[in-house]
Write a protein of this length. Structure first.
Length: 268
């Protein structure tokens, strides 16, 4: 991966065959759009609503309660059946909402994207959809703008960018355009870079797009969130084991009571 913060601003622009004054040509934009696709965060996995619902209803105790509600209904104990099903419904609804909101982390990240952006193309400043950005586009950054992609700054006039979304740093970072010699710098120390989802709070500048969509630092976070395999905590494992044990004991008690009733000649 290219360490863009170590490259000079003119080197980065030349690497993409762009120009600080004129930007990209329409032909360059067209070919790169076909090659790279759209500049947006995409969902690469995760649990869907049906899977989350199934997980909420497939626990041993939940299945036992559903069976108990069915038996109660067969025995015309409708009040008991309704109460049991209400418990199952409320428990499942609460668990579903919590898990579903957790799975919507990508939607929260997408809110950090920006719908439109100003770029130089064919020497003209244009306002386009941020999804249409391609590598090498020269982007104008002003106060209040959300950075639409990862960029190497090529102009900085008192520019400050709030990067709390990525680094957690509460103070806006003062930006400059000189190359940095150290490799592997933390994002917060790459003062000549602007990252997708961060916000311009002061000054203005221009930047050359280097990474887009899922290749940005924000995109890497989105990908990691979707690829994490969730594992039950020790408490959840013990509760699941307890639920299976209670279900087994309950079934055993039901079997014994039923058998004793049959032996005593009672109605089933």
């Amino acid at each position: 991966m290219t360490q863009w913060h170590q490259q000079g601003s003119s080197e980065a622009v030349e690497h993409f065959g762009s120009d600080i004054t004129n930007g990209l040509s329409d032909d360059q934009v067209s070919s790169r759009r076909e090659e790279y696709g759209l500049n947006k965060l995409v969902e690469t996995g995760g649990r869907g609503p049906w899977r989350i619902l199934w997980e909420q209803l497939s626990g041993a105790m939940v299945i036992l309660l559903i069976v108990a509600a069915g038996v109660s209904a067969l025995l015309q104990e409708y009040t008991d059946a309704i109460v049991i099903l209400a418990i199952v419904f409320l428990n499942g609804a609460l668990g579903f909402v919590q898990d579903y909101l957790a799975e919507r982390a990508l939607a929260a990240l997408k809110k950090l994207s920006v719908p439109v952006v100003r770029v130089r193309r064919n020497g003209i400043m244009r306002e386009i959809s941020a999804s249409e950005l391609v590598p090498g586009d020269i982007v104008l950054l002003e106060v209040g703008d959300i950075v639409p992609a990862d960029c190497r700054l090529v102009e900085s006039i008192n520019l400050k960018i709030q990067e709390a979304a990525l680094t957690g740093e509460s103070e806006a970072v003062v930006k400059q355009i000189e190359p940095l010699s150290a490799s592997g710098l933390p994002l917060g120390d790459r003062t000549n870079m602007a990252y997708m989802g961060t916000v311009v709070t002061y000054g203005h500048g221009q930047a050359c797009v280097t990474e887009r969509g899922m290749e940005t630092e924000l995109g890497k976070i989105a990908r990691s969130l979707q690829s994490v395999e969730t594992e039950p905590t020790p408490l959840q494992r013990r509760l699941a084991q307890l639920g299976r044990s209670l279900a087994a004991v309950a079934v055993g008690i039901v079997a014994v009571v039923f058998l004793m009733g049959v032996l005593r000649g009672e109605e089933w």
